[in-house]
Design a protein around this ligand. Structure first.
Ligand code: NI
Length: 149
């Protein structure tokens, strides 16, 4: 019996979308919301140019030389996520974001959850840039500790 080892690589597809949001927590006072969210708490919202990087992890198929056809990542991202959020107001006009405070953290977890259903174990990481200076990485981790514990 031979041991068949194959290189494991991380394949990333980058997509962009534009959306408006208003960040607001009902569990905070008006003053606390404005202090925490700044411009993002403006009453009528404002926009961001988001960059979404979806990374899958897998072995290279020796027959094709690829992990998956990268167009599968492109199409799933567009069909399952971008069609719902691109050029929308996330608080008012996105089915996926309904009831969500659309912080970049919450959006990254939401996008992970949607794509995990589609890609299963292949999905490795979601990286969502809200600005050139702020972004979130999510790999499906959870914890029982928080700021209060
Ligand atoms: Ni904002």
């Amino acid at each position: 019996m031979t041991t068949d080892t194959r290189p494991v690589v991380y394949l990333t597809r980058r997509e962009t979308f534009c959306a408006a949001h208003r960040l607001w927590s009902d569990q905070l006072s008006d003053a606390e919301n404005h202090a925490l969210f700044g411009h993002c708490a403006r009453e009528f919202g404002h926009g961001h140019n988001y960059v979404l990087e979806v990374t899958v992890r897998g072995a290279i198929d020796p027959k094709t030389g690829v992990v998956v056809n990268v167009t599968q990542i492109r199409d799933a991202t567009r069909d399952l996520l971008l069609d719902d959020v691109d050029h929308r107001h996330l608080n008012h006009d996105s089915v996926l974001c309904r009831g969500l405070n659309p912080t970049v953290e919450n959006l990254a977890v939401l996008f992970w959850t949607v794509l995990k259903e589609h890609f299963g174990e292949l999905l490795y990481e979601i990286k969502l840039h809200e600005t050139e200076k702020n972004w979130v990485v999510y790999r499906g981790e959870t914890t029982t500790w928080g700021h209060d514990g």
